[in-house]
Design a protein around this ligand. Structure first.
Ligand code: G6P
Length: 608
């Protein structure tokens, strides 16, 4: 969602602020702005729409001056996307400017309080109250003022503050919303996410909750809200800078689809030693694991879809009941969960607000939480009892691909590891699973080598108005992801259906030419899904089947078919998802959609 950048140094700040914001565009936004201290006053430029508008307004940063500045990309929550609601927000007298990620929950009370004392607000945002409060309480010491203001705020925030009073300082604060400080030579930076500063430095501090950073050109001092010094370790980011660039590809999404074999290799290889799964990250003993009577999986979006796949896998292999829960619903249904339930939280960003809150609820109720997270040091990683990182590298496209695939890979590792400890898999199965897991990346490469055939199918089918994805068992779980991928980037209406359920209502929507994508990879259920294919064809559907190469009969029934290499049932989703991703990608591309930044969507959903 929103993005923050800031610069203090001896160079002009605007070019860095604009390029830093560009690196955060992937998070999703609908307006952008920057504010610089030009030596006399705080100058703000803001524009609704894409960053290109702000660049136009500032002549690519050439008509706004100053060596200290903050910038922001806003994803509207309070108040529509507009120039005036865009950040940075100024206080009444324009002496203080603020950028903010997160939500101030009590902003209406604060706004009423200030309005009744004569403060005039310009915008409809919750953020403006912060700038106004700073001015209202300012008595000559900016740090004391910021601490006082923080004590008035309920909610989550990452803040960047500059002022006319302290022109050689940026104040940065974090509570629940991520913020990092980049350390350069005679210049320092703030950002809500690493890609924004990667071109400048790899040395960072990650602010923790309630830490305040006072950032000058050559020093960074971090204190807590009692004004005590906080000692922090400098972290070195080991991302390859190319990982956050398109590297010659037209879209990040395509690049990330292509990176899946490597991402899976990077995730599984360090965890397979001497043909045994080693999950040192899990602090539970074998005895503790055996005693759990239930597994709860919490996640949102595609990560939730991984949870649904995991439900089928864990129940089959571990013989324990598993619930896959939408994190956004979990807290509101008084869930039955306690210390006998193992919770698994899945999140690429590690910052999704609903997932984070569901995690806290599970912990409050005594459950041990293992999270599967891609972003190192993110809030969800920090709040979990154990973390298993997916080594997917930075994922920039809003529609996840390689993170989804690495999350699945971790699920397989866990299934094998737990299955062994619970003695629910035989030695033969153990060995077979390891071989299949190690073979996955090269099988995915084989599918990727054949991507033109999927491009061809997309060119035949991209005009579809409605698409239904059907499957049974693990194929149903995968159809959820296939459908989401297509609709989120191509804006074609699509739905995922358990194939047997279609005839209980939705089949009435099938008419001449309706596209049905039938996932037919699950060995035991091929006969049943073939019957479902015939049912929809009898009503005029055009069926694209996806099946294992040993089930060529699917090609005889469906009008078109894509075949994937053979693997064990558990790991089929990792292969079958690839043509679904490519199909969605090519359909969106043929429709001319903004593939990496689909409308209204955000990469990291930090509001509930
Ligand atoms: C957004 C993204 C999805 C992602 C979901 C959950 O909607 O666009 O790709 O699956 O959030 O995000 P997380 O970072 O928790 O995996």
């Amino acid at each position: 969602m929103c993005g923050i950048v800031g610069y203090i140094g001896y160079e002009q700040a605007a070019p860095f602020l604009l390029s830093g914001l560009e690196k955060l565009e992937y998070r999703g936004y609908d307006s952008a702005g920057i504010c610089l201290n030009d030596g006399n006053e705080l100058v703000v430029k803001k524009a609704k729409g894409k960053l290109a508008e702000l660049k136009k307004l500032t002549d690519n940063g050439k008509n706004i001056f100053g060596t200290v500045g903050i910038g922001h990309t806003r994803w509207a929550t309070h108040g529509e996307p507009s120039d005036v609601n865009a950040h940075p927000h100024l206080s009444d007298s324009c002496r203080f400017a603020v950028v903010h990620n997160g939500i101030i929950e009590n902003y209406l009370q604060l706004k009423d309080y200030l309005s009744s004392r004569g403060v005039v607000f310009r915008s409809k945002t919750d953020t403006e109250v912060i700038a106004q409060l700073i001015e209202y309480y300012y008595k000559g010491d900016l740090i004391d003022t910021v601490i006082k203001v923080l004590s008035k705020l309920d909610g989550s925030y990452a803040l960047g503050v500059i002022s006319q009073e302290n022109p050689d300082e940026i104040i940065a604060v974090r509570k629940e919303s991520p913020l990092i400080i980049g350390l350069g030579d005679n210049e320092n930076y703030i950002a809500s996410d690493v890609p924004a500063i990667l071109a400048k430095t790899r040395k960072i501090y990650r602010l923790e909750n309630n830490e305040i950073a006072i950032i000058r050109r050559d020093t960074v001092k971090i204190i807590n809200t009692d004004k005590e010094d906080v000692k922090k370790q400098i972290e070195t980011v080991n991302w390859d800078i190319d990982a956050a660039e398109k590297g010659g590809y037209e879209h990040f999404m395509f690049k990330e689809i292509m990176e899946q074999p490597k991402a899976i290799r990077d995730t599984i290889t360090p965890r397979i030693k001497d043909r045994r799964v080693v999950l040192d990250e899990i602090s539970l003993t074998a005895d503790q694991i055996r005693k759990y009577n239930k597994i709860n999986i919490l996640a949102c979006g595609s990560a939730y879809h991984v949870g649904v796949v995991a439900k089928y896998i864990f129940e089959k292999i571990l013989r324990k009941p598993v619930e896959a829960d939408l994190a956004s619903e979990f807290r509101y249904r008084d869930p039955i969960i306690d210390d006998k339930t193992l919770t698994i939280v899945i999140s690429q960003s590690g910052e999704t607000a609903d997932t984070k809150e569901a995690l806290k609820e599970a912990k409050r109720r005594g459950s041990h939480v293992i999270s599967i997270v891609n972003v190192v040091g993110s809030a969800i990683a920090c709040e979990s009892d154990d973390v298993i990182y997916t080594w997917a590298g930075p994922e920039i496209a809003v529609a996840t691909t390689k993170a989804y695939s690495t999350q699945l890979a971790v699920i397989y590792l866990m299934a094998i590891y737990f299955g062994d400890l619970m003695e629910t898999i035989t030695d033969y199965e153990y060995e077979m699973y390891i071989s299949e897991l190690e073979a996955l990346p090269s099988k995915i490469e084989k599918i990727l080598d054949n991507e033109e055939s999927i491009q061809y199918l997309a060119s035949k089918l991209f005009n579809s108005k409605d698409v239904f994805f059907i499957g049974r068992n693990i194929d149903y779980a995968l159809s959820l992801e296939g459908s989401l991928k297509l609709k989120e980037i191509s804006y074609i209406h699509s739905e995922a259906y358990a194939a047997g359920e279609l005839k209980h209502g939705t089949i009435s929507l099938i008419e001449e030419g309706t596209l049905v994508i039938a996932l037919a990879t699950h060995e035991e259920l091929i006969g049943k899904i073939i019957s479902n294919i015939e049912e929809v064809q009898a009503r005029g559907a055009y069926v694209l089947g996806i099946a294992s190469e040993n089930h060529k009969e699917v090609g005889n029934v469906a009008q078109s078919a894509i075949f994937i290499p053979k693997t064990c049932d558990m790991m089929l989703p990792s292969l079958a998802v690839v043509p679904l991703q490519l199909f969605a990608y090519y359909v969106a591309s043929l429709k001319g959609c903004d593939i990496d930044k689909p409308r209204n969507l955000a990469k990291s959903v930090t509001v509930e």
